[in-house]
Design a protein around this ligand. Structure first.
Ligand code: S3P
Length: 441
């Protein structure tokens, strides 16, 4: 199989209406919550990417069946005590931080030991952000250096916790919320703001819960244990996948695009806020509410007068998966852009801050780094003409896609390795950019 792509010309002007793949965060949550429901859940538009397929395989290992139909999946749950893994069951979470961290929350009452393993990238990531609070509920978790592989043996004597989530990690918050679903009493979470899909799904499922929104934190209280019936859900488009097309259009000449049916939940549109502050004129139309999530169509045109941003750190967790692509815009904008407190970027599928800085250096864009803060010296005249190779980025899907967008807009002759990484979140990414006219070999 071909493992790399070649791109050696920029994309010609385009004017298209497209859809992107379904939201990965919501797809994984739907699979995991359906595994806890009593009865049949029907999930429409489930993202069929490796992270989500691994989620389906994981619940199967835990004794939950599912069936694929033409445009939906049925998942057959037995309630919050319904997991029945074989002895020493082993869940392979592949590349997915979300699956591995969230499923641990659901395993805190498991009476057979379960092992969680992951690929080389996931095995380098820190799990203390979930194992510490889950141990306080009463679960028994064993891991070396707080990384995968790890084992979990749940407890039948769980007690609720009072958890302060300080990283702005939705995975950590959600893992604790899922554990709270199984735990008698009130679990209290003071969470730094981050994406709120779990909260919205809990509301949809009528989980007894309250949320008090403060400026920087949300105070979430969940009363467990709680059982709910099978549910139906239609997963919207993924703003993170959409972001590559927003930037492709912005940085191309005389182009426009409409991306339909995207999740524009305010905890996910950090990228739109940031790009609009840089003089992009991204518009939302046809907005509607779907069980608390906001869905809309997104419009954007090419923009030749992009300007630098001083990015407020309050937007960091709302744009956490999009900084790589945002840096491309900063590289082309007029002025010096500054971003601060980006430490969490280095905790992703690859150390993305390091990877991004190496990338900027390779394409001749200056930057200044001070700890977790960076300044990018924009070059509106940036037009590349050399040979560029992207490799050794831990098969990080978002690095691969960002590199393709750079090649299609900045010019130069590019060889970009690890094409298969897109299977994680956006398996038809190459097909989509080709549908806009991109030449990719
Ligand atoms: C996710 C949360 C984010 C994000 C990840 C998906 C989720 O991580 O980077 O891709 O679905 O909850 P954090 O836990 O750091 O917020």
């Amino acid at each position: 199989m071909k493992k790399s792509v070649l791109i050696n010309r920029i994309i010609k002007p385009f004017n298209k209406k497209i859809e992107v793949t379904s939201d990965k965060s919501i797809s994984i949550r739907c699979v995991l919550l359906a595994s806890q429901a009593i009865g049949t859940s029907k999930i429409y538009n489930l993202l069929e990417s490796e992270d989500v397929i691994n989620s389906l395989l994981a619940i199967k290992k835990l004794g939950i069946n599912y069936k694929k139909f033409k445009n939906f999946y049925e998942i057959y749950g037995y309630g919050i005590n319904g997991f029945c893994p074989k002895k020493n069951a082993r869940i392979n979470a592949g590349n997915s931080g979300t699956l591995s961290r969230l499923i641990l929350g659901l395993l805190i009452n498991i009476r057979n030991k379960v092992y969680i393993v992951g690929d080389a990238s996931l095995s380098k990531r820190d799990f203390s952000r979930v194992t510490e609070p889950l141990k306080s509920f009463g679960a028994n978790i064993v891991s070396k250096n707080n990384t995968l592989p790890l084992s979990i043996l749940g407890s039948e004597f769980l007690s609720p916790i009072d958890f302060k989530e300080k990283l702005g990690s939705a995975q950590s918050k959600s893992s604790v919320m899922l554990a709270a679903l199984k735990t008698p009493g009130t679990t209290i979470i003071k969470a730094k703001k981050s994406r709120d899909h779990t909260e919205l799904l809990f509301k949809y499922l009528k989980v007894p819960m309250s949320i008090k929104r403060e400026q920087k934190y949300d105070l979430i209280k969940v009363d467990g244990p709680f059982n709910f019936k099978g549910f139906n859900y239609k997963v919207p488009g993924d703003i993170s996948s959409c972001s590559f097309f927003l930037v492709l259009t912005l940085l191309s000449k005389n182009s426009k695009i409409c991306i339909k049916n995207v999740n524009i939940n305010k905890t996910r549109i950090g990228i739109v806020n940031i790009l609009n502050r840089m003089n992009a004129k991204i518009l939302f139309k046809n907005k509607r509410n779907y069980n608390g999530e906001i869905i809309g169509d997104i419009f954007v045109k090419s923009e030749t007068s992009l300007k630098a941003i001083k990015c407020p750190k309050s937007l960091n967790s709302y744009a956490i998966d999009e900084f790589l692509i945002i840096f491309l815009v900063a590289a082309k904008a007029k002025g010096i852009s500054s971003f601060s407190n980006l430490g969490e970027l280095n905790k992703k599928e690859s150390p993305r801050l390091e990877v991004a800085l190496k990338f900027l250096k390779m394409i001749g864009v200056n930057f200044l780094r001070s700890g977790d803060d960076i300044k990018i010296y924009g070059r509106p005249d940036l037009n590349l003409n050399g040979n560029y190779t992207m490799k050794n980025f831990r098969k990080d899907h978002r690095v691969f896609m960002m590199s393709c967008i750079a090649a299609l807009t900045f010019g130069g002759r590019w060889k970009i390795h690890d094409k298969d990484s897109i299977k994680t979140s956006f398996p038809n990414f190459i097909k989509k950019i080709k549908s806009l006219g991109a030449k990719v070999y």
